[in-house]
Design a protein around this ligand. Structure first.
Ligand code: ZN
Length: 149
C-alpha cells in the first residue's frame, strides 16, 4: 500500500509541476471561479461546449499542489465527454472524495483519478481536491462563482 501511496503522491506532484490544460481558454462558452477559503485555493475554469459536448476545458489559478493537480486531472478526464456523462463523472469523483465509506472502485479503472482518493486521509485537504469539480459544475450551470463550505 505504501508503494501505491508513493505513486499517488508522484502523480499529484507531476500534475502540479506540469499542469495539463492550464491557461485561459479562448473562445469559451462557460466559466466560473472557485474559492476554497480553508486553504486559499482560487481556480477559474473555462469550458468550451458544443451542443452538450465538452470540446475543451482549461483552468487558471493559484493554490496548493492538490488543488492544482485535481484541476489538471479534471480537465483530462472531462474533455470530450457529452451530456449526462459529464455530470456523472463529476458526481462520481465528488462521491469518491467525500463518501463516508472507503471507495471500492478499482484503482486501475480510475487511472489518475485514483491519486486524488489518497487525499481522503487528510480531511482538511478534501476541499482542495473537490474545488475544481465544484467549479466546473458552477461553470456548466452558469453560476459565476462557488465557494467551498
Ligand atoms: Zn488547497
Amino acid at each position: 500500500m505504501d508503494d501505491l501511496n508513493d505513486l499517488y503522491q508522484e502523480i499529484i506532484l507531476s500534475h502540479n509541476k506540469r499542469p495539463r490544460n492550464e491557461g485561459e481558454l479562448d473562445p469559451h462558452s462557460n466559466e466560473a471561479e472557485g474559492y476554497n477559503p480553508l486553504c486559499g485555493d482560487k481556480l477559474k475554469i473555462y469550458v468550451q461546449q458544443e451542443g452538450d459536448k465538452i470540446e475543451a476545458v482549461q483552468f487558471t489559478g493559484e493554490g496548493c499542489a492538490i488543488s492544482r493537480a485535481s484541476a489538471s486531472i479534471m480537465t483530462e478526464s472531462i474533455k470530450g465527454l457529452e451530456g449526462k456523462a459529464v455530470y456523472e463523472k463529476i458526481a462520481e469523483v465528488v462521491e469518491l472524495l467525500t463518501a463516508k465509506e472507503e471507495p471500492t472502485a478499482d484503482p486501475f479503472e480510475l487511472g489518475e483519478l485514483a491519486a486524488l482518493i489518497g487525499v481522503r486521509k487528510f480531511p482538511p485537504r478534501v476541499k482542495c481536491a473537490t474545488l475544481a469539480w465544484h467549479t466546473l459544475l458552477a461553470a456548466l450551470r452558469e453560476k459565476e462563482s462557488v465557494t467551498t463550505e
